[in-house]
Design a protein. Structure first.
Length: 99
């Protein structure tokens, strides 16, 4: 579970990122979960765009992605979902320590 300080740090890190996945009319499926999981292993922090033609609510999309990938939800802002998962092989981000 991320602390408020860690989420604030991750939001700042994600600010300059562009969304690399889009959830459209088909919604979230197993193939998308697999691709997001692989991208999280490579990058740790991702933005996912929920398009207007998506039939699922953005909160549901965020929940499905975080459960499927075992990632942490950093924030939902507008139609953008930001997720984080610590990488085993390619550790890039150093989160603030919990006191």
């Amino acid at each position: 579970m991320l602390t408020g300080k860690q989420k604030r740090y991750l939001r700042a890190e994600a600010h300059h990122l562009s969304p690399i996945f889009q959830v459209g009319k088909g919604g979230v499926n197993d193939n998308m979960i697999k691709q997001v999981r692989e991208a999280l292993e490579a990058r740790e922090l991702l933005k996912i765009s929920v398009l207007q033609n998506c039939e699922q609510d953005k909160d549901d999309v965020a929940t499905m992605i975080t459960k499927g990938t075992r990632a942490e939800l950093v924030q939902i802002i507008g139609n953008i979902v930001v997720v984080y998962k610590e990488s085993r092989e390619n550790k890039k981000l150093e989160l603030p320590k919990v006191k």
